[in-house]
Design a protein around this ligand. Sequence first.
Ligand code: GLN
Length: 427
Amino acid sequence: MRPIIPDYLAEALGDVEPDDSGEPAAYIPELAAADPERLAAAFATVDGRVDGAGDVDVPFTIQSISKPFAYALALADRGFDPVLAKVGVEPSGEAFNEISLESGTGRPLNPMINAGAITVHSLVGAENSSSEDRVERVVHGLSAFAGRRLTVDTEVCASELKHAHRNLAIAHMLRSHDVLTEDARAVVDGYTLQCSVLVTTRDLAIMAATLANRGVNPLSGEQVVPEPVVRQVLSVMFSCGMYDAAGDWATQVGIPAKSGVAGGLIGALPGGIGIATFSPRLDRHGNSVRGVSLFERFSSDMGLHVMEVPSAGRAVVRSNHVAGSGPGALRVLELQGGIGFAGAERVVREVLETDPREARVAIDLTRVHAIDDVARRMVLEVTRRLTLDGHEVYLVDPETILPDPDPGDGGRVTVVRDVDAAMLPSA
Ligand code: GLN
């Protein structure tokens, strides 16, 4: 059989190809010279499979797509408090290169606009590290997200630096507020090098998949940054990643995302896939025109919007019956599926409504494939309260889906492999 996804991606590329609206970024001359017809899309799964179509192996500069990854590195290297003290997490509703800072504090509003990203660059690596060491840490860190050693396009970097007046103005303003505490030009040099790291669409899909995969690179298996950092980064991508188009994006596409002025665009679906597209013509927000169309299509074709309410799973309580009779009668609550808070609440209610008269109660987890932490604690609390009410409680758990079942204070539970093992011989 031919694989399905590359065919789907090729078809999607074919559909957006006729759209030649927008312009490549003109303020960086080297980018304006890019071939505007380049077009690519790739999906990377959290187990490391990459499917792509079009120019997936053509390198281009990462530009602002470096921002969420540099933010992740700064949070991992310095901790949350020092970074949050200098850069906020509020959407700005302004263009990416707006010269604006929070009134009063002088803090940039978020790490996705240039003011925030320039500050974040200064926070990567150890405190007091040299500019060179910091750039090395950034390139090394971005490479860990990509799963291969990335390099810098020095020509694009030089071309941008010749015209970096706006970023320099922002950096000087940050310096005047002591948000930056070192030479403004050196930080802009480093930030511009960071933006000039060369990636392919395939690399970007893997980098996005690393975020989707809780910070573990699906190719190398390396935990690049800790999980709480990933949650922070994805949240900020969701609210601020598309600048002044972030609200439209959140409602219409609904995938944490980040764009770059070279034409790249990434999206990370938590627990799902990393998506990347490449097409250099940009809209007035600085986002790739065809990239935005492709993401709109992917989201609607495949129901990828993260606010999509999941189809109601099967009822958590599969059956509630009595096995055996007389004094040996056993009340059996057979559960199924994956259990989170809502499912566990349903189990609690089932037990309350049943108010079992039987002395013996079994909670059967044989058909449960996952139980999250809050659900685990709630199920154990059910067993504890049943014990306190005078019941003998069994947990049928042949695959140890609920390890170390300690119900706590006054609770007692016996783990058995199947319901028969909980029956009295006479029942
Ligand atoms: N290097 C670019 C800049 O600072 C990145 C901007 C972007 O990709 N949106 O202007």
